[in-house]
Design a protein around this ligand. Sequence first.
Ligand code: CA
Ligand code: CA
Ligand code: CA
Length: 261
Amino acid sequence: MTTKPTIHCLGLLVGLGVLASAPVAVGQGVVPVEQRHAFTAGELPMLMDVEINPFDTRGGRYELLNVRMDVFADVLTNLTAENDAAEPAPGFAVVITGFAAARVEDFAAFRLLNRMYFTSGVEASDGIPGSGPDFWDFGRVSAPTHAWRETVAIPSPFTGEDTIDVMVALEAEYHVFGTLLGTVTTGEDLCHGELVVTYNYAVVCPGDVDGDRQVGLTDLLGVLAAWGECEGCDADLDGDGEVGFTDLVSVLGTWGVDCRE
Ligand SMILES: [Ca+2]
Ligand SMILES: [Ca+2]
Ligand SMILES: [Ca+2]
């Protein structure tokens, strides 16, 4: 078996963008809020810093419980392989190995990439590169992978004022399998995916708008005064970008609660 990693992605980093950042669910238990960052590259190994926002405690009203990082990645290429040995190769295949990873300080998500593309067998080398019964064109192939990790303790790198650099890495190599001698070619490589960072938090004192750790008249007045679209306001208790019925219900539903003990 001959190993011949041949990745020739065209061009360098093509693009990186933030797709969305919004609360996913609402409730008085654990609430997840997601940040999604798409990445695209034309060269492997891919190594890039993706900037994410730290968790917003909203002045101590939200408590971060844990963090989950997911990397969904895919590597696509036009794949061919050829048997260069004098013997036929009935089990001729191509193995794709590599990994996807994301890391912030000592918190990392990591997943090995391991995918196999089989053939129904090829003949002994005919001495003519790029064609013949010893040659296999797999077409456009894909090697998707999903790495993820969830913290169990309070994740200090994710709180604070500064944006956070997540290092995202992606690597793939192609090897022939089932022969002593072979050649792999790849073309028009594309590496792309998405980093998803999820902050799971709890509302420290649900219904408390003014932050005095009690729920009462001032909180009700706070909701009524800020009624309507209101991004990031204290009265937007469920964090959906507007002060409305659900926020009112949250105050009324926790009326008289004292969270100071
Ligand atoms: Ca040939
Ligand atoms: Ca209050
Ligand atoms: Ca709201």
